[in-house]
Design a protein around this ligand. Structure first.
Ligand SMILES: [Zn+2]
Length: 143
């Protein structure tokens, strides 16, 4: 049986080298939706407690990305913004996996979430939307 939850976070990003407006630093209110499953329900009739899942998502993704600037690891803006925001260097997240596109963020979120889910809980789907109409998703089996 599946359990689906939804979260919102705000972050800035840019796609360095993009030929259009995505090259300029801007922000989104991102929507993160995930689905997990378990082979059977626990004694309370749940796949897992929503609060426990929120704690996992908070630790794996939201604490890291909410109100952060998400950039490719080699983006020269990274060191510049960290210098200006020297009180909170962790609010600039440099992604080793590439540009902070919805696709790369979805893949990063999948990796981070899968690592932190409790035993017996399987990650089935992660979707991240930059806007209500544009986003990316990964489902098991990974596609
Ligand atoms: Zn954008």
């Amino acid at each position: 049986m599946d359990l689906t939850t939804n979260y919102v976070f705000d972050a800035a990003h840019r796609i360095a080298g993009h030929p259009g407006k995505c090259a300029w630093l801007h922000g989104h209110t991102y929507n993160l939706e995930l689905t997990v499953s378990a082979p059977s329900l626990n004694p309370l009739g749940m796949v897992m407690d929503f609060d426990d899942l929120r704690d996992v998502v908070k630790k794996a993704v939201l604490d890291l990305w909410d109100h952060a600037t998400l950039l490719a690891a080699d983006d020269p803006l990274g060191p510049a913004i960290r210098a200006v925001q020297h009180q909170a260097p962790d609010r600039v997240v440099l992604l080793e996996g590439g540009q902070p596109t919805a696709e790369v963020l979805t893949r990063e979120a999948w990796t981070r979430l899968e690592r932190q889910l409790p035993a017996g809980i399987t990650l089935e789907r992660v979707a991240i939307r930059e806007t209500p109409s544009c986003g990316s998703a990964i489902s098991r089996p990974l596609t």
